[in-house]
Ligand binder design. Structure first.
Ligand code: 13P
Ligand code: SF4
Length: 303
């Protein structure tokens, strides 16, 4: 069976498999560690494995390489990109930033290594509010690349960060109408939402947080039903942790009626096996780029 073959190979090669909550259930099952972006970065920095196989998307594997440059970092499919990271090309950001001298550049971790080199501090959805709140109130800030997360932070902190106009195609398509429809159908359900969703969706949420924070909320709060506004992969762990609770995912019925991140779903067991076998595709980054991109990630991890 492919599962055993992966586990044996992994052991033989002293490899670790890190997986995001948005990957397929069978991938989460064979991973050594499943987490949100923040927890995965911490794991990548701390591991003593020789090989990190990253079942996630490209910017996550890149971040792992930046944090552990001496390790071999593998990604099962080089096409596992991220629409949010792609919405902020480094060359365009560089030009944009010329209009904002004396601003700190805060970037959501969903960005390329090159964008990280243009940033002062990296944040994730799990620590963005804490990091922004720790900055002096009069600090001028440019926030990239997610306009929805940026607008949410502005609202919560009373800041006026300048926002790059980027978004995630999975979260940005979810609508308040669909949340209303589900609320009518399940009036006792609490609404959980990822801050990559639009403000109109976030306005209806009982709880807003990263994937790990939403999981924590679902487990530790009494309602037995939840309306979930994020990528569908999270439901696997949610249901596993709460077998007696009901979860209803917010879809966009006008588009695909599903909110799978097609990039995350490129990580299949077959590809993981062949990647471990051949030790390709490997994420390779220039040493100077690693050094420059590491500084803002380190600042994040210090918080
Ligand atoms: P978190 O893992 O920080 O919740 O982010 C979700 C996401 O979209 C990852 O790409
Ligand atoms: Fe990127 Fe959105 Fe997929 Fe997350 S869900 S990896 S932000 S495209």
């Amino acid at each position: 069976m492919i599962k055993e073959k992966i586990l044996n190979l992994k052991k033989r090669k002293n490899a670790i498999i890190l997986a995001h909550y948005y990957t397929l259930p069978e991938v989460q099952d064979i991973a050594d560690f499943v987490g949100d972006s923040l927890a995965l970065s911490k794991q990548a920095a701390a591991t003593d494995a020789d090989i990190i196989l990253f079942a996630g998307v490209h910017f996550m594997a890149e971040t792992a390489k930046i944090l552990s440059p001496q390790k071999k970092v593998l990604i099962p499919d080089m096409d596992a990109g991220c629409s949010l990271a792609d919405s902020c090309p480094a060359e365009q950001l560089e030009v944009f930033l010329k209009d904002y001298p004396n601003h700190k550049v805060l970037s959501y971790i969903n960005c390329s290594a090159k964008v990280k080199t243009l940033s002062d501090i990296i944040v994730t959805s799990g620590n963005a509010l804490k990091i922004v709140n720790a900055l002096p109130q009069d600090e001028k800030i440019v926030f990239t690349p997610d306009r929805n997360l940026g607008a949410y932070i502005n609202k919560e902190t009373g800041r006026e960060m300048v926002l790059w106009n980027g978004a995630c195609h999975v979260h940005d398509q979810l609508t308040a109408d669909e949340v209303y429809r589900l609320k009518e159908k399940y009036p006792n359900a609490k609404v959980l939402a990822h801050p990559e969703c639009k403000a109109t969706v976030l306005a209806l949420a009982d709880f807003i947080g990263s994937t790990a924070a939403m999981l924590h909320f679902a487990k530790n709060n009494t309602p037995s039903a939840f309306i979930v506004a994020t990528e569908t992969g999270i439901l696997y762990e949610m249901q596993k942790q709460n077998p007696d609770k009901q979860f209803y995912v917010v879809n966009n019925p006008e588009t695909c009626a599903c909110n799978d991140c097609e990039y995350m779903k490129l990580n299949t067991l077959e590809k993981i096996y062949s990647t471990l076998q051949s030790e390709t595709p490997e994420v390779v980054l220039d040493e100077a780029l690693i050094k420059k991109a590491l500084a803002p990630i380190r600042k994040m991890l210090e918080h």
